[in-house]
Design a protein. Structure first.
Length: 288
């Protein structure tokens, strides 16, 4: 059984103000509203499975906000450069050829022509978070759809803040016991804080945290699984019109709903689950 490293999300957000504004008048960009980049990502000690993952991979990333449509997503070609550990098999070594996550949101306000704003809540969305790990067979595949309600918060400042709450439908999940069922909930908070200009670019902080709870996996999957998990990412990014560079620290609590400290054996000897702690990423990308 293989477990995919999930990329640190929202990395384009820090360069959004520079790249998005430049795209409106700069013919070097492919689109003036579909903002995209190609990235090289190095990850270290990520904990979405019961063992550490290290990988260097290629990524396509995009975000857009136009009329009633709000979008963020990425597609990873795992272990693209052949650098990593034995748990990071990917596109060229009989692992997953592709890992994808998309977060489309559809504005209820704009689609209905009615302002639902009140208090600090600026706009409301039908929110989705879909995750797909292609895997070469069903035991190595993930197929998860979170669906629910989202909103943007008026912070009365340059700080961006959005909240989403979802119910989860789980199709394939690497052979886990909660497959093909409604199984739990997710609360996602995202925030963006512009810091300053630095070396001719825009320095900013992006944070996002997924709180997962209410799953039946602890009951169905045994003592090595949990009903909840947390993944909290903290990103420092330097963005230019075309280039962006990021350093990411991500904290995991029971990453992938694996119970930290349990003893497991997948046929290669006993090991201790290390699903709680910090993982790290370095990212270099080109906006086009």
């Amino acid at each position: 059984m293989k477990f995919k490293t999930l990329v640190a999300g929202a990395l384009l957000a820090c360069s959004m103000s520079g790249a998005a504004q430049a795209a409106e008048s700069d013919p070097q960009y492919v689109s003036d509203w579909w903002h995209q980049s190609v990235n090289v990502v190095g990850s270290y000690h990520t904990r979405f499975g019961p063992q550490f993952n290290n990988d260097v991979y290629l990524e396509y990333e995009a975000f857009a906000k136009k009329d009633w449509f709000d979008f963020y997503g990425y597609l990873d070609l795992t272990n693209f450069f052949g650098v990593g550990n034995s748990n990071a098999n990917g596109i060229f070594d009989h692992g997953s050829p592709m890992f994808m996550e998309i977060e489309p949101r559809f504005s209820i306000d704009k689609l209905t022509g009615t302002s639902l704003a009140f208090g600090p809540f600026k706009e409301w969305y039908f929110a989705n978070n879909y995750i797909y790990d292609m895997g070469h067979n069903s035991d190595n595949r993930q197929n998860t759809w979170y669906m629910g309600l989202g909103t943007d918060i008026d912070t009365h400042s340059d700080v961006g803040l959005s909240l989403n709450v979802y119910a989860k439908y789980q199709w394939e999940n690497y052979g886990a016991a909660n497959e093909n069922s409604w199984d739990g909930y997710r609360f996602k908070v995202k925030y963006f804080v512009p810091i300053t200009t630095l070396w001719g670019g825009n320095l900013g902080y992006v944070g996002f945290t997924n709180f997962d709870w209410g799953s039946d996996l602890a009951e169905k999957g045994g003592s090595s699984r949990t009903s909840n998990s947390i993944a909290s990412s903290h990103i420092l990014s330097l963005g230019y019109d075309h280039w962006h560079f990021s350093a990411v620290a991500r904290y995991f609590h029971n990453g992938g709903q694996w119970a930290d400290g349990r003893e497991l054996n997948f046929g290669n000897g006993d090991f201790e689950v290390k699903s709680t702690g910090w993982g790290y990423y370095l990212v270099a990308g080109y906006n086009f």
